[in-house]
Design a protein around this ligand. Structure first.
Ligand SMILES: Nc1ncnc2c1ncn2[C@@H]1O[C@H](COP(=O)(O)OP(=O)(O)O)[C@@H](O)[C@H]1O
Ligand SMILES: [Mg+2]
Length: 259
């Protein structure tokens, strides 16, 4: 069975897609087979791997709405052991109509059972808690919530925590979560103070690793590959490698895998 991680936050622009790609790429360097799943109709993850969503005949929409097998849409990324289940425009309709189907939030989980040979599956969620994000949270063992050290981001966390409670009660009692501080500017006073406040409030639930602001991470969509490939010596690549270690340790401790 794969270990499934959802990367979600109802706020956009907090580093979800960047984290899915960079962390996924750091993890394959640790001899794991990783599948990235693009659940966002905006298809940023798909685009950032150099794949044009409007050229794709099929996407996750065909899996969730059309009942097809997920293995039929999986693409290679050019990076060894890193594969992608892409998104395209049709997923807007999926987001809208999926909820009408009975037990819709379990369809993704069931579809992923077919590809359980991946050690890890990472789900990139849209910036909303609609039917696609709910499906991801129902399937995941771990939710990573990237968050910026800014007032509105910390505010959005509160509503995310309510959603975790709801999902645990509804269909996934074992769902765990961890916060990841992104785009941190260590010299910025507001960032420092919010960093401290978040750690005080959430304690162990915050990853020790932080992801600092790094312009390499801003430009990665232009390279059509992860930062660990095009700028392996950058701060961003280094910090995502550090995060990969921390995630592997978390998975070892909580599930006994990757030992
Ligand atoms: N640590 C970082 N430093 C600088 N820019 C970043 C960093 N993380 C993400 N970005 C940039 O911020 C923007 C939003 O990130 P993205 O991962 O797409 O957020 P989300 O998926 O949450 O909407 C993108 O342009 C991305 O390149
Ligand atoms: Mg995104």
């Amino acid at each position: 069975m794969s270990y499934i991680i959802a990367i979600a936050n109802e706020k956009g622009g907090v580093g979800k897609t960047t984290t899915v790609l960079s962390l996924g790429a750091a993890l394959v360097e640790r001899e794991l087979r990783v599948l990235l799943v693009d659940l966002d109709p905006q298809a940023n993850l798909t685009l950032s791997l150099g794949i044009k969503p409007y050229h794709l005949q099929r996407s996750l929409a065909d899996i969730l709405m059309g009942g097809q097998r997920i293995s039929s849409i999986i693409l290679r990324t050019g990076i060894k052991d890193l594969d992608l289940a892409p998104a395209n425009e049709e997923m807007r309709l999926t987001e809208q109509f999926l909820r009408i189907r009975e037990n819709f939030d379990l369809l993704l989980k069931e579809a992923l059972e077919e590809v359980s040979f991946y050690d890890l599956i990472m789900l990139d969620c849209p910036p909303a808690v609609g039917s696609l994000t709910q499906s991801a949270l129902a399937a995941a063992q771990l939710l990573i919530l990237p968050t910026q050290c800014e007032f509105f981001s910390t505010h959005a966390l509160r509503s995310s925590l309510n959603i975790i409670r709801t999902i645990r009660e509804r269909n996934n009692p074992a769902l765990r979560y961890r916060l990841l501080l992104t785009m941190v500017e260590p010299e910025n006073q507001i960032h420092r103070s919010l960093n401290q406040q978040i750690r005080k409030a959430f304690g162990e639930a915050v990853f020790k690793t932080i992801i600092e602001l790094d312009n390499h991470l801003r430009e990665y969509p232009l390279h059509a590959q992860p930062i660990t490939s095009f700028a392996p010596a950058s701060l961003g690549a280094h910090q995502y490698h550090e995060l990969a270690e921390e995630v592997m340790q978390f998975v070892r401790e909580t599930s006994g895998r990757f030992t």
